[in-house]
Design a protein around this ligand. Structure first.
Ligand code: BV8
Length: 258
């Protein structure tokens, strides 16, 4: 449990009209979804995610990349949102204007009840055609891996942003605008390395927002932010919501914070 939340941060959140939050893999760690920099387990331990999550890896070995995402899809499908996800979904109800920007592709924020999630890096539960990026929801049964697009025959791929690929324009534009316009910006569970997401907290800082980092570790962002809350998101976020909004709907709070 984080030592007490600083009074200045409590006041800032209580009086904030606009709050923006950027989450990274760390917010799903307590749901059992390995973060990007944690050693991968089992079969995948020998691979570097940064190497696999690239167009060149897919060109070189589409089967390997497809199977890696199938393994991760199963993992996230079985995972449950944790109290950190649930606290952010509750915070969205308590703040006049709230934006949740995520680097995660696991869909857990939506499953936790967050209504408006800006997915910077796509979503592993969606599949698209590798040729024209149209979303494909189903395809004929086949033994071929990866399966092929029923419209054009190209390989199917996960609807995620690989290293070297541009982020979805709309999502990035919304994220930058909301980072620049917010009163308080929270960076939660991110190593603050991957660009352009890692620049969002600095955009907020430069625009005058009060910036907060929630992470058990120090990151390149730690020395820039106004408040560093050291610890796991699954503990600190519920504590933050309960401290700032003690009147939060008890039913929601009770089920969330047990
Ligand atoms: C782009 C989807 C323009 C896929 C992801 C050379 C060539 C090409 C590009 C580049 C280049 N050099 C640099 C770049 C830019 C590159 C980049 O940033 N590289 C980095 C490595 C320097 N970025 C891009 O390529 C982006 N596109 O720039 O387009 C362009 C185009 C062409 C050429 C040049 C530029 C696209 C980036 C998106 C990549 N896709 N995901 C997939 O998931 O498979 S990123 C992927 O890694 C994740 O989505 C996530 O965003 C990222 C990992 O970051 P984190 O989320 O922070 O996770 P991480 O594991 O790192 O850290 C976890 C943190 O949690 C830690 O701090 C830990 O302490 C903390 N933690 C642990 N437990 C907890 C916790 N916190 C709280 N509670 C806990 N319990």
């Amino acid at each position: 449990m984080q030592e007490s939340i600083p009074d200045a941060l409590i006041d800032a959140l209580r009086t904030a009209r606009k709050v923006a939050v950027l989450t990274g893999a760390g917010v799903s760690a307590e749901s059992g979804v390995p973060t990007f920099r944690e050693a991968q387990t089992g079969l995948w331990a020998q691979y570097d995610p940064q190497e696999l999550a690239t167009p060149s890896a897919f060109r070189r070995n589409p089967r390997l990349v497809w199977e890696w995402y199938a393994w991760r899809r199963d993992l996230v499908t079985q995972a449950q949102p944790n109290p950190g996800h649930l606290a952010l979904a509750l915070m969205e109800q308590l703040v006049p204007e709230f934006t949740l920007i995520t680097q995660n592709v696991d869909g857990l924020h939506a499953r936790a009840g967050s209504q408006h999630v800006v997915e910077l890096h796509g979503n592993i539960l969606r599949t698209k055609c590798s040729a024209d990026s149209r979303l494909v929801t189903d395809w004929p049964p086949t033994d071929e891996v990866p399966p092929r697009c029923p419209h054009c025959g190209s390989y199917l791929r996960p609807d995620v942003v690989w290293f070297g690929e541009n982020l979805p324009y709309e999502a990035l534009a919304t994220a930058v605008a909301d980072a620049r316009a917010c009163d308080v910006f929270l960076a939660v569970g991110t190593s603050a390395i991957v660009q352009p997401a890692a620049s969002l907290p600095l955009e907020a800082l430069q625009a005058g927002a009060i910036t907060v980092e929630i992470n058990p570790q120090t990151t390149p962002l730690s020395r820039h932010v106004a408040f560093v809350l050291t610890g796991p998101a699954g503990e600190i976020l519920p504590q933050l919501v309960q401290t700032v909004w003690p009147e939060a709907p008890v039913s929601g709070a009770a089920e969330i914070f047990t």
